[in-house]
Design a protein around this ligand. Sequence first.
Ligand SMILES: [Zn+2]
Length: 469
Amino acid sequence: MTRALVIGLDSVEPSLVFEEWADDLPTLSALAGDGLWGRLRTTVPPITCPAWPASLTGLNPGHFGLYDLKYRVPGTYTKFGIVNSRMVGKPRAWDYLTEAGRKSIFLFVPVTYPPPRLNGILVSSFLTPSVRSDFTYPKEVKEEVLGLVGGPDGYIIDVYDYRRIPPRELYRQLKAKTEHDFKIIKHFLAKRKWDFFMAVIMSIDRAQHTLWKFFDKGHPRYEEDPELEEGLLDLHRQIDAELAEVLELIPPDTAVVVLSDHGAKRMYHRINANELLAEEGFLKLREMPDRPTGLTELDERGLIDWGGTVAYALGAYIAQVFINVRGREPKGIVEPGEEYLSVREQVADFLSSVRGPDGEKLDNRVYLREDAYRGEKLDLMPDLTIYFDNLHYGSNEAIGFGSPYSLETAKGPDDSNHGELGMFILRDPEERVRGRAEGLVIEDLCPTILDLLEVPIPPGLDGESVLRR
Ligand SMILES: [Zn+2]
C-alpha cells in the first residue's frame, strides 16, 4: 500500500451518519460497509483546535499546549491570541511523510496558517487572515488556487459570522462553500502527483450551530420550516455526492479515510459559569455589571479583584477552569500542592452540582487536568474542564445576565454544541481491517496514515495505527 486519501468532515455527528441518515448517504454508507468504521473519542475539549492538531501529530494536546482556537497570552488572565500553525511545535503527518520522501497534498486542514514547508502542496484553512495572505505552500500555488474559483473575489476562506447570518442565507453560502472546496480538491487530486492527500470540509460545523433546530423535533427551540427541515441533511448529501466523484478520481489501490474531529449535539442553554463562580465567591468582582459583559472587558475596566479570586472559567461551549495559582498566574493566591488540590476539588464539586433551569439534575462531567492531558505543556492546560450535561448545555464566560442560564453570547445564539465522539471510516484496499471498531481515538490518525504508507511510526505517539488493532 502506497497511497492514502483522508477526507476530514469537521463536526460530523456519528449517530446521524451511521444511523439516522445512513440511507441518505450512500457513498459514506458504502465506504463504511466495505471498511472499518466506528466512533472516535476526541480531545478534551471537543473543539477543532486541539482536535485536528492532535490527529495530525498523533499526540495528546498536553504535548503542544493548545486547548482552544484561542490561547491565553502568557502573563495575562484575559488577553487572547488566535492559535497558528507554528504554535503546534511538534512534527505533524506531513513532516514524517516529507522525511520519508513521500509527496503529500493538504487542503484546508485547520491550524495550518502560516503554511509549513513540505514535500508537496498545502493550502491553509479558515484561520487564513485574508485572501491577500500567503496561504499556500509553495507560494506560487496560490495563483493556481485562485484561478480555479475566478480570482481573489471568488475565493472563500470561511463563511464568517455564521451564527448571525439568517438561516436560509447561511444554508445558501455553505452550499457554495462546499462546492468551492471540492472544486479545488478535485483539481489537485486529478492534476498532481501525490502519495498522500488530505482535505477538511468545515461546512457542517458552520451549519450545525444554526440549522440543528430545524430537524431535531426534540429541541426546545424546534422550528417547523419545510425548506430548512432538511437543510443540515442536504449539506451532508451534497458532501456525500461530492465524495462519490472524488472516489472516481483516485486509483483503486488508494486507502480512504473519512473522519470528523468531534460530533455535535442538541444544546439547551448555556450555563453562565463565571456568574456562578462570582456568586459563590470563587471569582471576586469589585462590582457586578448590569449587562452581560465579557471577561476581558471586565478585566480591562478593573472590575475583577484577582487578589481575591481563586478560580475563573474560559470557553463558550465548555467551561475551562483555571485556578489562580501562586507563581503560575500573574496575581496568583492559591498555594500549589495541597491547597491547590483542595480548592480545585471545591470548584469541581460546585460546578458539577449545577442543575438545569427547572431544578433537574444534569449529567455534568468533570475532567481533571492530569486525567485529560499528558505531555510537557501540561502547565498551560486548564485545571478543570466541565462538560455541562455532557455537552447538552454550553458554557459562557460573560457575567451580568442576572441568571445562571442564557441563550445568547457575544458571538450570537446557538442551538448545538460539539459532541465528544467523532466518526471514523477506513476502507483499506487490502482489507486488513473491517467491521465495527470500538475504542478509536483522534490521535490514531497520524500513526494510521504512516502505517498505510509504510512509513515507520515514531515512538512516543499517543495514538496507534488502526491496522494493528
Ligand atoms: Zn471541529
